[in-house]
Unconditional design. Sequence first.
Length: 227
Amino acid sequence: MHITVRYFAAHRDISGVASEPLDVPDTSTLADVWQLLEQRYPALVPYRNRVLLAQNERFVPATTTLNAGDVVAFIPPVSGGSTTPQFLVTNAPLDPAPLVELVGAPGVGAIVTFSGTVRDHFGERSTARLEYDAYHEMAAAVLADIAADATQRFGLGNVAIHHRIGILEIGDVAVIVVVASAHRGPALHATAWIMDRIKEIAPIWKKEHWADGENEWVGHESDRPTA
């Protein structure tokens, strides 16, 4: 089937065109199209986890199935040349400051920053430390999907999400969500919704290392059975 791909900013420089027709298999998703574009334009690869995805001028998840005649776009970072990934899963300590800068724009009137930190207990048990594992490539893509869904659902300006993996001590930051919007209400509601979705669908797993020396892979508190 035939679709049209539009390019903006750095992506337009890489492709050399503002738009182009593309033939893709039926039932292709936006993720499939991005893979094709990476093969055609290898310089797009560093943008893999730093774009928002649009179908017919609306932000949508990467898993969205396309239709013949669709116009798609992969929106590059709006901050102009920032090297900070918009969606990241990493072993390194997290810092919210670059993400606040990344999502800022003239039309933004509210930026909400949420930092999820490691606490010293889970339910009734004392925690010594946490350990996170993830399917790296898929996790970053899912974070981007969640952000795109939230952007459409709440009418946001921009979203950035970083999640840390590996061994984390008490007080360490495990996840940062930064949401920009014209007004504070949508940004506040979206931040809580995004965190819930991360816990529901992101391929990121948490192991509790208990203070008594035992350890256990666990889910969210709401998933834990009560005695």
